[in-house]
Design a protein around this ligand. Sequence first.
Ligand code: FAD
Length: 532
Amino acid sequence: MSGDPFDVVIVGAGSAGCVLADRLSERGNRRICLLEAGGSTRHPLVRIPAGWAATFRHRDFDWGFNTEPEPSLDGRPIYWPRGRGLGGSSAINGMIYIRGHAIDFERWAQAGAEGWSYDDVLPYFRRAEHQETHRDTFHGSGGPLHVQDSRDQRPIHEAFIEAMTSLGIPRNADFNGADQTGAGYYQFTQRSGSRWSTADAYLRDARSRNNLQIETRALALKVLFEGTRATGVRIRQDGKERDIHARHVVLSGGAINSPQLLELSGVGDPARLAALGIPVVHALADVGEHLQDHVLSKVVYGTHEVSSINREVQGWRLGVAAMNWFFRRRGPLSAGSALCGGFAYTRDDIDAPDVQFFFASGATLFNANGKIKALPIPAITCAVDQSRPESRGSVHIRSTRPDEHPEIRANYLATDNDRQTMTRGLRMIERIFNDKAMQPYITTRMSPGPALDMNDDDALLAYLRADAGTAYHPTSTCAIGKVVDSGLRVFGLNGLSVADASIMPSVVSGNTNAAAIMIGERASDLLSQQLQ
Ligand SMILES: Cc1cc2nc3c(=O)[nH]c(=O)nc-3n(C[C@H](O)[C@H](O)[C@H](O)COP(=O)(O)OP(=O)(O)OC[C@H]3O[C@@H](n4cnc5c(N)ncnc54)[C@H](O)[C@@H]3O)c2cc1C
């Protein structure tokens, strides 16, 4: 490739960035550069679905962020894994494929995000998808993103779903279809029992195109400007700094790194930038504000040895599980996170489910090295998160060093509604576990301990504060209407857009990967129009 400017430089080869790189380069008439701070993600820990937990704090695959001490979580900092490397967080996530509730996108549109209503975004979810089971107007076939059902079905999953239905939660065969509400099985971004990240889905063919240059281990340090026009990106690669010039710069670094890069580049709250000695290119106080995440807590029960996968993934049995995955792509290693669960109402006066349940026939803890490990005893877990939290936090740089982790304040459980929704959700889990369908499986409750009275509001809230953490879904730090317009252009600047989970006006009701991919798909059309 010549040294001429690129048409587009994309910062971050994650869920949204890989989509953009593929779609913008597929017609061959534009020169695209895709920058990624991490490297290749062709590694067994990434490929094998159950390996996801082992990527936590892995220096090759995880940025390993931590929040500041969370005021409503007993002052605990919360560990926030974020993917680094081709595929970004889609290379280390739990692979659950959930789009969100139609009401989310209606709320976005009502708040001014023109062109982002459910009818507007559904074609992009479909365009991305190759759905292996469901064939109807909600799903796509032939798209790059393989979505398949679990390959580790067990009777205990069926019992859990049955127990959910006995609480009046209807059975739902497809959370991504006509209605999200209900109990059932999750779908996964997997192909033949292996992880299918956006690097798999979108870069396999695209990387051989002459008009797409992919630079790995290239950390973007700042956006370059001439006046208010972005002209490229300064990167550090192999210890050397150089500038990459482009007609248009797109930030797809995710909800933590995109606002970080804007602030490092002089776009943000003038007082904050001045305090760090960063010259202001454009004053935009909302950069890094309005952060949302799903707060998550859990109930763990003891079970009989045969009912928990814990023993199947430890000791000599791990070898059996590995053979099962290697030869058949089945068994416990073909599973990422929760295999079933669903969406339910904790109260009647709302128009969409307000909690999501995740059931796993195993239980884990963080060991002394901060690594996630299966418990040595048989146990099962159901976690709950709040679909549409009110609490909002922030992400801001603490220095001018691009490699220093920013200050993250999730601000979980800041409102009474959020606290009450979560405690009601935990109580629902207790009822599900105690339904007759689960009786053959459960022994004693392990977390919260058996002595805790689940009807005692104060005790349950205390447990929530001590137990809760992240569902790994940060969004909204460069939100439409606050930092970017509905066309994803940064307000007040030219040639600069953001396209990743940070642009969501509010977090979707469910896992965020599918929505980030949809954003990449839609951004590619918006940019194509804008670049003409
Ligand atoms: C552990 C975990 C489990 C999850 N489980 C699920 C799940 O089961 N289902 C689901 O739907 N969602 C899940 N998520 C969330 C989902 O994966 C994310 O919401 C989604 O991937 C975000 O996409 P993105 O494009 O915004 O950012 P990312 O995919 O995080 O991509 C950002 C990319 O930009 C790169 N980058 C950042 N800064 C720079 C820089 N300065 N220079 C160069 N490159 C840079 C990063 O290395 C990364 O590759 C999970 C996330 C995690 C971390």
